[in-house]
Design a protein around this ligand. Structure first.
Ligand SMILES: C[S@@+](CC[C@H](N)C(=O)[O-])C[C@H]1O[C@@H](n2cnc3c(N)ncnc32)[C@H](O)[C@@H]1O
Length: 253
């Protein structure tokens, strides 16, 4: 028998754990926003979170790991045009420019302060890089303009309807969309992870945002449902995701 997922009428009501989420998993989510997404938070606090993301990305190998994942997806393209969405600090784009001699990068974020900071850095002077403001839910580029769009550690920031639009927009403007995000482990393990972070969240802005990110990250079944909601013609391939980041490669048939 062929299993056909039933369409979700109101996607914003879907739990982050997906349509099949357990009762405990449905409790492990929140509508609270990360400091990064709030207008009432001091810019210095937000900058400290972005700096910590950049530092941990370098220190723990995530940046290199994500660059490897992205480059594998364009291995057969001679001079790939790559769009980074939600780039934050630009560490991933920097690594891609470093490792690929001819790749052209469009380095973007929705947050003007992050875009200004990246434009004022070495990225702004790189002839193979364009730094600009862009919303991942409304990509300002013609169909098929990019070979690859990559959205790292950012997808969970978006509520389901907006997240679904990223699938539609990413696979419209690029031949492939790669989403890399935090894993959503089975609920008991997730609870354990949250318990270890909780005591530090009032003191360390990066862990405050990490805690909320963990509650907001989507499960594999949620990711499939979001892609299906965007367009049933989008194929998704999911990898990783128990203790390491989950990777989604989305393409249109
Ligand atoms: C946790 S940071 C990740 C930064 C970087 N990609 C990394 O891996 O460290 C999330 C980023 O997503 C950006 N973001 C949130 N909503 C977005 C949207 N709708 N379009 C583009 N970027 C968005 C935020 O401004 C922020 O820079």
């Amino acid at each position: 028998m062929v299993y056909v997922a039933s369409p979700i009428a109101d996607i914003d009501r879907m739990p982050r754990g997906g349509p099949d989420a357990s009762c405990l998993d449905r409790l492990l989510e929140t509508d609270r926003q990360e400091y990064l997404d709030r207008d009432d938070v001091d810019e210095d606090v937000k900058r400290s979170v972005v700096r910590a993301l950049e530092w941990t990305g370098e220190r723990f190998g995530n940046t290199e790991n994500f660059a490897r994942i992205a480059l594998e997806e364009v291995a057969d393209v001679a001079d790939p045009k790559i769009l980074e969405l939600g780039a934050g600090h630009g560490g991933l784009s920097r690594k891609l420019l470093d490792w690929h001699p001819t790749a052209e990068l469009t380095v973007t974020d929705v947050e003007p302060a992050s875009v200004a900071k990246m434009a004022a850095s070495d990225l702004g002077d790189n002839p193979r890089a364009t730094v600009r403001e862009m919303d991942a839910t409304a990509i300002d580029a013609p169909d098929g303009h990019f070979d690859l769009a990559v959205f790292a550690l950012s997808f969970h920031h978006l509520p389901p309807s907006a997240a679904s639009r990223v699938f539609a927009e990413g696979t419209r403007a690029a031949d492939k969309l790669v989403i890399i995000d935090l894993p959503r482990p089975p609920a008991p393990l997730h609870l354990l992870r949250l318990a270890t972070m909780l005591p530090f969240t009032p003191f360390v802005p990066f862990l405050h945002d990490g805690f909320i990110s963990s509650l907001r990250t989507y499960s594999p079944s949620a990711l499939r449902a979001l892609a299906e909601h965007a367009d049933p013609a989008i194929d998704v391939e999911l990898r990783g995701g128990l203790m390491n980041p989950q990777v989604v490669v989305a393409t249109r048939r």
